[in-house]
Design a protein around this ligand. Structure first.
Ligand SMILES: NC(=O)c1ccc[n+]([C@@H]2O[C@H](COP(=O)([O-])OP(=O)(O)OC[C@H]3O[C@@H](n4cnc5c(N)ncnc54)[C@H](O)[C@@H]3O)[C@@H](O)[C@H]2O)c1
Ligand SMILES: O=C/C=C/C=C(\O)C(=O)O
Length: 486
């Protein structure tokens, strides 16, 4: 049994109240351990430590040294790679190859990229004319925003948390992280790496606990938290934005999606099937960028549906440690209930079930886990709730289309606008589609192919702001202009 503690001011501490909550395995619902449940006392202590660190060694540290320290953090993650992989596997139950090849390496990369960017970013400068002819020189300096509240979700916990902590620290801020209550392990483990490489106490703090009326909300309401970066549900973003209004704090939001995958008849068929399969079912469909609406051009519709169905029916359910398993459970029993309620609703709304639709037959030792089948529906109108609402499960609805203009209208008719994946061999068509679809991220003949220098974020109700590359600096630093009369 594990006991996961907060990491505050460089130390692993329990809650003052002694309160804890349970962490159960998504694979079999077995009790894995307990987690300290933080409240106002822990949030106050973490924010005070973060504020003090801003004025201490961290605040005074030259950029070069800070950059070197963040490279050391990345190397420290790599050194403890197996521990991070094991912790993330235990928390999420996702297949070893996803965690070891995609999610944990990104944790290290998230520190390196922003360390390099902050080292190389040029300063903005304007020379201006003045009536006396002598002129004036303007230059802008970047200052850290201060204490950043980082609120992160459970679906790719280490990747998504470090995607915020990396740039925040690179820019000289300090952080108070409230990881998802479902996935506390890797954020805590990162505290060990921070100490091992000599990051000053108070720079990186972690408080565990819940969201509303609890540690999450308390971070977002704290007077000394200067800005809040959040990844999670749009509804939670709305609550956090209201909290941030008090004190006029800045927010950066990466929120929900109901992303469209668009497959043209001229696509590379096998690549499109595999691409849509990954985008809809990787991580058991628990990816914000994932595809839950698929539009396939009519000449290949039947063939495509049959091929995707066949692909779904060969997944191998199992624990991350089971040889050959490539498909994990959902994160929790609660999420399983939500996903299964959508599976039921699809049928009530008149869907044709192509595959899945329920719970797989699992061996006795895994029967209590949060397993659900990959599921495909056809035949629903665009007004059906499973076509409109984010389910965040391994499922998609597939609908035929005829014309490019028609599919643009279908793809855009949703309150979300995070990403899209388009499959065609006609690049002119791909460029037109990319310009016409209201999303922050378009992939053509690919999905989740990430260059960390590019702007990342959602349109419409999928987010506010862009992170990635120099765009992260817009949020994690404040530009101050200096004007010198010559
Ligand atoms: N756009 C993106 O990049 C992106 C990436 C990953 C996940 N997501 C979205 O995240 C969601 C799944 O994650 P989730 O279920 O953990 O999201 P969630 O919004 O339920 O929780 C996210 C975090 O917010 C905290 N929280 C909840 N209520 C809060 C409140 N009132 N104040 C402060 N903190 C609060 C939670 O404890 C957790 O740490 C999906 O909607 C998914 O699309 C988006
Ligand atoms: O589930 C969401 C995955 C989001 C991915 C990123 O935020 C990223 O690649 O930076």
């Amino acid at each position: 049994m594990s006991h996961t503690l907060h990491f505050i001011n460089g130390e692993f501490v329990p809650s003052a109240s002694g309160k804890t909550f349970e962490k159960r395995s998504p694979c079999d619902n077995r009790l894995m351990g307990t987690v300290a449940e933080g409240g106002q006392t822990e949030v106050d202590a973490a924010v005070a430590a973060a504020k003090a660190a801003l004025h201490g060694d961290w605040g005074k540290m030259p950029t070069d040294k800070r950059v070197a320290m963040l490279h050391a953090v990345a190397d420290g993650i790599t050194k403890r790679f197996d521990d991070f992989v094991a912790a993330e596997e235990a928390d999420t139950g996702q297949p070893h190859h996803v965690i070891a090849h995609a999610f944990v390496p990104r944790g290290a990369a998230n520190f390196k990229i922003f360390a390099d960017i902050i080292k190389n970013v040029p300063a903005e400068s304007f020379v201006m004319d003045t009536p006396d002819g002598a002129g004036a020189l303007n230059y802008a300096i970047r200052k850290p925003k201060g204490v950043i509240g980082v609120i992160s979700p459970w679906n790719a916990p280490f990747l998504l948390m470090t995607w915020k902590v990396g740039p925040a620290l690179a820019c000289g801020n300090t952080v108070v992280v409230k990881p998802s209550e479902e996935t506390p392990a890797t954020a805590t483990l990162l505290g060990e790496v921070m100490n091992a490489v000599g990051v000053p106490a108070g720079v990186y703090n972690v408080v565990h606990g819940f969201g509303p009326d609890a540690a999450g909300e308390q971070v977002t309401r704290h007077d000394d938290v200067d800005a809040i970066t959040f990844t999670g549900e749009t509804r939670t973003g709305t609550a956090i934005m209201k909290a941030a209004a008090d004190g006029i704090r800045d927010v950066s939001f990466e929120l929900g999606g109901k992303n469209a995958g668009i497959v043209f008849a001229d696509c590379d068929f096998d690549a499109a099937v595999e691409g849509i399969f990954r985008s809809a079912f990787m991580n058991t469909g628990q990816v914000c960028l994932g595809t839950e609406r698929v539009y396939v051009q009519r000449p290949i519709f039947e063939r495509f549906v049959a091929a995707l169905k066949a692909r779904c029916e060969v997944v191998k359910y199992g624990r991350p440690s089971d040889a050959g398993s490539n498909y994990g459970p959902l994160i929790s029993q609660e999420h399983k209930r939500k996903v299964l309620s959508y599976y039921a609703r699809a049928m009530q709304e008149g869907a044709t079930l192509i595959t899945g639709g329920g719970v797989p037959d699992m061996p006795a030792e895994l029967r209590e886990g949060a397993w659900v089948q990959p599921t495909i529906w056809t035949g629903l109108p665009e007004t059906a709730s499973v076509v409109r609402e984010e389910i965040f499960g391994p499922c998609c609805h597939i609908r035929p289309f005829d014309e490019e203009d028609e599919v643009v209208v279908l793809a855009n008719a949703n309150r979300y606008g995070l990403s899209t994946t388009i499959w065609t061999e006609n690049l002119k068509c791909a460029h037109r589609m990319a310009a016409a679809i209201d999303v922050g991220i378009t992939w053509v003949n690919s999905w989740f192919l990430r260059d960390l220098r590019t702007p990342f974020g959602g349109s419409k109700q999928s987010g506010i702001g862009r992170e990635g590359g120099v765009h992260s600096l817009e949020f994690y630093t404040e530009m101050r202009n200096v004007c010198i009369k010559l």
